[in-house]
Ligand binder design. Structure first.
Ligand code: NDP
Length: 318
């Protein structure tokens, strides 16, 4: 039986499942709530214990759906992560990383998630208009109040992470994670962010590991996107479009024989590829159907050997 393994998050004692289920677009109207709940159940069945969401996803609805789907499950068996920063309303204080918005948004997230605390509270983006001292102090206060157990960031630069950690450490509440985009098609974090995080004790928990579906190989060059896929969805297609050139889609098809040789599906190859990076604690997968969760999580524990990695590099470097 395949088991989803757990890894330590940064220099903390918290263990996260190396596959995390995230509910961004999947819970934003593209699919019905019962399908969303089925995806969460499939995640739990596959041994996923860690769930990622955000205050902004579907204007809070994603947190509500996740809270309902996880209701009744022993809280201690779950690791729940959410985020704050992006606009949640029209008001001047409905966004950013001010003390006011962090406190108010955290309270609203806890209500929607039906929990007294989140295991990981993340700054969704950097806020250059709020003093970083104010932000880190507010995060540390949430930890002291028991409303968040650990703090992290998302899509911060290496320099922003360094400054944040400088402020967080003396408060006894170090940053433990960064949540960046990372996949075979998006390797921006490799030169600076990863080395900085290794030095400062943060892990990456990476989003869009299958490049929003593109690395599953289901989008073929010169062909229409399959009906019902993210690229076929009015909202989703805005995000997938960056990958939809024939050059990229042709390169992705050249990964197919490598996946077959490794005995993996293309989605599993993509997930295993991000997990081979020792600074990556987890891949945050999305899904529009429970079968996708089962398939992608079934990579659990599988490590790509050097010959497979070399062949992937050859395709990516072409
Ligand atoms: P993925 O790269 O895992 O893409 C998921 C989508 O790809 C699915 O919804 C599905 O879309 C398609 N897919 C996945 N597996 C398969 C499969 N086996 N076969 C066919 N299609 C498949 O990640 P996401 O982009 O969804 O991001 C995952 C999570 O990361 C989010 O939910 C969120 O928690 C987090 N995130 C964080 C961000 C941040 O700024 N911090 C930004 C973005 C995401 P479909 O079936 O509709 O084609």
């Amino acid at each position: 039986m395949i088991v989803v393994e757990h890894r330590y998050l940064g220099h903390s004692g918290l263990k996260v499942s190396e596959i995390i289920f995230g509910n961004w677009l999947t819970l934003d109207g593209q699919i019905a709530e019962d399908t969303q709940a089925a995806c969460v159940r499939a995640a739990l069945d596959a041994g996923i214990t860690t769930f990622d969401t955000a205050d902004i996803y579907s204007r809070g609805h994603a947190e509500e759906v996740l809270g309902r789907a996880l209701a009744g499950i022993r809280r201690e068996s779950l690791v729940i992560a959410t985020k704050v920063c992006l606009p949640t309303g029209p008001g001047p204080n409905d966004r950013g990383l001010s003390r006011k918005h962090i406190m108010e948004s955290c309270h609203a997230s806890l209500r929607r998630l039906r929990t007294d605390y989140v295991d990981l509270y993340q700054a969704h983006r950097f806020d250059g208009n709020t003093p970083l001292e104010e932000t880190i102090r507010a995060f540390a206060d949430l930890v002291r109040q028991g409303k968040a157990l650990h703090i992290g960031v998302s899509e911060w630069t290496a320099a922003q992470i360094e400054k944040g950690q400088e402020l967080a450490r003396p408060l006894g509440v170090p940053l433990v994670s960064n949540q960046p985009q990372y996949s075979m098609l998006w390797r921006v974090i490799e030169p600076e962010v990863v080395p900085m995080c290794e030095r400062l004790g943060l892990s990456q928990i990476v989003f869009s590991p299958v490049a929003q579906g593109v690395l599953t190989g289901k989008y073929l060059p010169g062909r229409e996107a399959p009906a019902g896929s993210r690229a076929d969805d009015a909202q989703g297609s805005r995000f997938v479009s960056r990958y939809m050139s024939d050059t990229v889609l042709e390169r992705v098809q050249r990964l197919r024989p490598i996946a077959e040789e490794a005995g993996l599906t293309m989605a599993q190859l993509a997930v295993a590829w991000v997990l081979r990076n020792p600074n990556v604690a987890a891949a945050i997968i999305g899904a529009s159907r429970p079968e996708q969760v089962a398939e992608n999580a079934a990579v659990g524990g599988r490590r790509l050997d050097d010959s497979i990695m070399k062949r992937i590099d050859e395709v990516l470097d072409e």
